[in-house]
Design a protein around this ligand. Sequence first.
Ligand SMILES: [Mn+2]
Length: 321
Amino acid sequence: MNKMNEKILNLIKKYNNIVIARHIGGDPDALGSTFALKEIIEENFPDKKVKVVGASIARFKMFGTHEKVDDETYKDALLIALDVPDIKRIDGVDFYKFKDVIKMDHHPEIDKFSDYEIVDENASSASEILATWCYDCGLKMPKHAAENIFMGIVADTNRFLFQGAGLNTFKVVVRLIEDEHINPTELYALLYNRSISEVRLEGFISENMKVTKNGVGYIKITDKDLKDLNVDSASVGSIMNNYNFIEELLTWVIFTEDLKNNVIRTSARSRGPVINKLFEQYNGGGHMYACGAKLKSFSEADEIVDKLEEVCKTYKEENEI
Ligand SMILES: [Mn+2]
């Protein structure tokens, strides 16, 4: 057993109360990994009380049910944070109230949480890291946990299209199918069934996206657009990856007006240039090729498009495209 894997397992064994958290704005990897870990702990250590926290998301209810942390739990609980690199983006708990913390993540490290960390930027997903840990520790993997892990991996690799999907990813997936008997086809339906409104939103974006000289695709979606299309500002997130493999686009960014929270939700992807540093300047961030921010106004959006254009121009020159 890997040293850190064992150290983490031993810390989990010490606690009766365990709280599991992930980043704000949960996605299938965040939810898949946290609920899978809860189920793995409950299966292997039936006496432990395990809660998954964070805001619940209606369309992802198949992963599990979120709970709240009460004062009593805080007194003597272990926090395990998955799929989140920084303290301020942990959803649903007060990080500083925990004596011990474990981190499992695949984002570039921002904050060090503790001495109990598995951070692997080359892993496809937090779900893959969790599965690798579970198997290395020789723990039992319940079937529903295996399903959650599979959905996390599939979503974060965009069905194995991204670079992050490597040898270990496929090894994990083989094991989930061979040993835990998950059914990928059924799970794809859970992840990818969508409404015609969402498809129309995708069409609207394709139709109206502007493309700059150096390959920046961008569009500003107003609250009125969202109302006309009968979708909400969160809907954009799930279709971002569908603009990959388009010859004219090196990066693409979608700005969506969110009147309820009085921000411009911004989500960006790249198939070459590294773009997360740019979004960190706007109080956002993320992966090198997939990131975002919440802006104050559409005028910041114009700034971002200009900066992305520069990034793409440099990238083209450097790579002789
Ligand atoms: Mn992830």
